[in-house]
Design a protein around this ligand. Structure first.
Ligand SMILES: [Fe+2]
Length: 296
């Protein structure tokens, strides 16, 4: 067998040893797919893929998608490879990259099937910061006390681009707020996502703004508590990057964030695999107005 996969931590993470020449072999692809479901995030240390090799591996795992093609500032010359960097020569609007300092699920504020998985490879590193953390939202749900599972059963949350990027700006101008709304209308998602295979995961992250039908403060307090719960060390794997590392994660059941960095040297190349499940929908006016009152 040209591949071995060892657990990184009991509840999350796997370290993959494979010769790059065998990466796209059937048995390797199958082992990686199975392990991805079980471990959530897989690390391929110092694999050193080119963009073409990364795309070829992405294609072997599923159907490629670039869900941020419409994000302002992204590099149009490589439409299927998104470059995560603060370098303004490559990404002319890095504010969206600053949003990745906060816990999030990729694509959750867009009206698309949620991206199934994401691949990120390290091309150049920052001098400080820049580690990426992944939190297992399946395990976070599973380990909740039964009473809390009952409390959140059937609840729905509003997720928005504005909420995900608000921490970058603090107090955004009205013009910016309207721009974000026009780029991506707020989405309504179940707080507990029951996947097609029956597994359940929490849908939390900075983009989760309010709970439908709950006063704003109550909803946010619940969302923050659940996010903190999901981010506790047992559920989290932190990856300290080396040049050439490839990391692949199950975006449907994990949230992730990067430890802040500020130099423009760091560059990660991202490719993504399309998903087939749509847990949510564009939020209705009714759902939005049901969460507006600060108290009730
Ligand atoms: Fe991300």
């Amino acid at each position: 067998m040209p591949v071995t996969i060892q657990p990184a931590k009991p509840l999350i993470g796997g370290i993959v040893e494979v010769d790059k020449a065998h990466l796209c072999d059937d048995e390797v692809v199958e082992a990686v797919r199975l392990s991805l479901e079980e471990r959530g995030v897989l690390v391929f240390p110092r694999l050193g893929l080119t963009d073409q090799e990364q795309l070829a591996f992405t294609d072997r795992l599923g159907e490629r998608v670039n869900f941020t093609r419409s994000v302002p500032g992204s590099d149009a010359s490589a439409p299927d490879v998104y470059k995560v960097t603060l370098n303004k020569k490559i990404n002319t609007e890095p504010d969206y990259v600053l949003g990745t300092f906060f816990w999030h699920i990729d694509g959750v504020t867009l009206d698309i099937a949620l991206p199934k998985a994401t691949l990120l490879s390290a091309r150049t590193l920052s001098q400080s910061g820049g580690a990426t953390e992944f939190a297992n939202l399946f395990a976070a749900y599973e380990k909740l006390p039964d009473e809390e599972k009952r409390e959140i059963e059937g609840l729905r949350a509003i997720h928005s681009l504005e909420a995900s990027i608000r921490p970058v700006y603090g107090h955004p101008s009205e013009e910016r707020r309207q721009r974000w709304q026009s780029m991506a209308p707020p989405m309504e998602h179940p707080l507990v996502w029951t996947h097609a295979d029956g597994r359940k995961s929490l849908m939390v992250g900075t983009h989760a703004d309010t709970i439908v039908g709950m006063p704003g403060a109550h909803g946010r307090a619940l969302l923050w508590r659940l996010q903190q719960w999901a981010a506790q060390p047992d559920f989290v794997y932190r990856h300290q990057w080396q040049v050439g590392d490839l990391v692949l994660w199950n975006n449907e059941g994990l949230m992730h964030r990067v430890i802040p960095y500020s130099d423009e040297g760091r560059a990660m190349h991202r490719t993504s695999i399309a998903g087939h499940e749509r847990p949510g929908r564009v939020a209705s006016e009714e759902a939005l107005s049901a969460t507006l009152q600060p108290t009730a």
